[in-house]
Design a protein around this ligand. Structure first.
Ligand code: ATP
Ligand code: MG
Length: 460
């Protein structure tokens, strides 16, 4: 986690910096917004900008947008002055942090922007096989394609490969190709020269150069358009890149790891992904099994998350009771490790008594898990029947509404559930991110409130 702090380092912001550093963030400092933009364009990237409210946040946010730099800005200032907080958010800050700093709040913001714990937990043989292969290929320079359903741990595995590689001490830079608007992605990856477009007031170093000597993770690569695919292919083949508006190529030495939760061979057949690029990326394929295909991992991960979230929330550790373990083991986990992680996190907060009991295992809306989700469990006719009855009631409640109406509610509720994350919502809905974007544009144009984009909406 790299944090860029903008503004006076004295007093409370200094204290906030110290807390962030204690939590493992790498902190750089800029005295004003101009210096902040200069730092970001120079290739010393940051995952988050923490800006003193007394600075001109509007100028900073507009400056970053004009130069196509996609780093979230969080404002911070003394006290919970609602006026200042509102102004900062209006100016484009994602969040407002009141000072003096609350260590827990800072930790939550840091955690929301970049989950620093990239520990790889596994016990199942199916996963052991993947790790063995990852260990074998980590030290080579081969490009790797990590595939698997959403939430199976593709990013965790990519970081694992980097840590085990000869580039471990160098940068690991990740770019989510689906989260960055199409027209900004080229600059983000390859950088640009001064004057390349209106707003390009200075040279900006892209992620390829930032990752020089290290590893570049191209997350959700299937979302890259045809022109960028061609440019990427050239970068891999020639080991050099062209900045947007640049006149001479720049040498880069990087190892590429790409991820996709869509079948790229299928995409090649449909003509949306270049076959030659797929061959270049897919020198080695690490395929992560779905969580339901590695049952032993369910409990190993659940125990890990129970400990982790008790600690991070400052609540006493409770073991997962045996009936709860049976419940977890029998669930289908369509959202894979991410869904399990969120469920256990909720359970840690909801549990009372000595252990985490089945009643603490809830869906995001608070209803208890069980019933129909006890797939394969025995002697559960009662709950199963209730669930089927509930499901029938749900569809009956929809009679009289149009398909378009129901679709809109489903899309917006899912997006809300994913904290605005388009990629995850599209995965859950089983539609392409482009279809989702088009629908959202339609809804926004008709005056509906659409949750803002961005990888994460931060806790506050
Ligand atoms: N083996 C693991 N051990 C510990 N945590 C894991 C493991 N696998 C996944 N996680 C956790 O589950 C969550 C999802 O993992 P990750 O982001 O790597 O999935 P993904 O496959 O990239 O998902 P998506 O396709 O939605 O981007 C993260 O919070 C991650 O820390
Ligand atoms: Mg991912």
């Amino acid at each position: 986690m790299r944090l860029l702090i903008v503004g006076g380092l004295s007093g409370q912001i200094g204290a906030a910096t110290k807390i962030a550093m204690d939590r493992g963030a790498k902190v750089t400092h800029a005295s004003d917004t101009e210096q902040a933009i200069a730092t970001l364009r120079s290739g010393h990237g940051a995952d988050l900008v923490l800006c003193d409210v007394t600075q001109d946040i509007g100028t900073l946010v507009r400056g970053l947008a004009a130069e196509r730099i996609c780093t979230p800005v969080v404002a911070c200032g003394i006290g919970t002055d609602a006026r200042k907080a509102v102004d900062a958010i209006r100016a484009g800050a994602k969040e407002y942090l009141p000072l003096p700093p609350d260590p827990e709040l800072i930790a939550a913001v840091l955690a929301a922007v970049a989950d620093e714990s990239h520990q790889m937990i596994y016990e199942d043989e199916a996963m052991e096989a993947v790790i063995t292969l990852a260990d074998q290929v980590a030290s080579s320079e081969a490009s790797i394609l990590v595939t698997g359903e959403s939430g199976t741990g593709k990013e965790v595995l990519a970081r694992y490969v980097h840590r085990k590689s000869q580039r471990a001490e160098r940068a690991f830079i990740s770019v989510n190709c689906a989260a960055i608007p199409e027209n900004l992605l080229e600059s983000e990856l390859f950088g640009h020269e001064k004057g390349a477009f209106t707003g390009a007031v200075a040279r900006r170093i892209g992620k390829f150069e930032e990752a020089n000597g290290g590893t570049l993770l191209l997350d959700e690569i299937s979302e890259m358009d045809a022109r960028l695919q061609a440019k990427l292919l050239r970068a891999i083949q020639e080991r050099e890149i062209d900045r947007v508006g640049g006149t001479k190529p720049v040498k880069v030495d990087i190892r590429i790891i790409a991820t996709s939760n869509r079948d790229l061979a299928e995409a090649v057949k449909h003509g949306t992904f270049r076959e030659d690029l797929l061959y270049r990326l897919n020198v080695v394929n690490l395929r992560l099994p779905a969580l339901r295909e590695r049952p032993k991992d369910i409990l190993a991960l659940a125990r890990h998350f129970a400990r982790k979230y008790a600690e991070s929330n400052g609540v006493p550790f409770r073991a997962i009771s045996p009936p709860t373990e049976r419940l977890l083991a029998a669930h289908a986990w369509r959202g894979n490790v991410r869904e399990l992680e969120n469920t256990v996190h909720r359970a840690v907060l909801l549990a009372v008594g000595n252990e985490i009991g089945p009643e603490a295992i809830r869906l995001p809306d608070g209803t208890q898990v069980g019933g129909a989700t006890f797939a394969g469990a025995q002697g559960l006719e009662g709950p199963v029947r209730t669930a089927v009855e509930q499901a029938t009631a749900v569809t009956r409640g929809l009679v009289g509404r149009t398909v378009a109406d129901v679709e809109r509610d489903l899309i917006l509720d899912t997006l809300d559930h994913c904290l605005g994350n388009r990629t995850h919502a599209a995965n859950i809905l089983g539609i392409s991110i482009r279809t989702l974007r088009n629908k959202l544009r339609e809804y926004a144009q008709s005056g509906l409130a659409v949750p803002p984009p961005g990888e994460h909406r931060m806790a506050g």
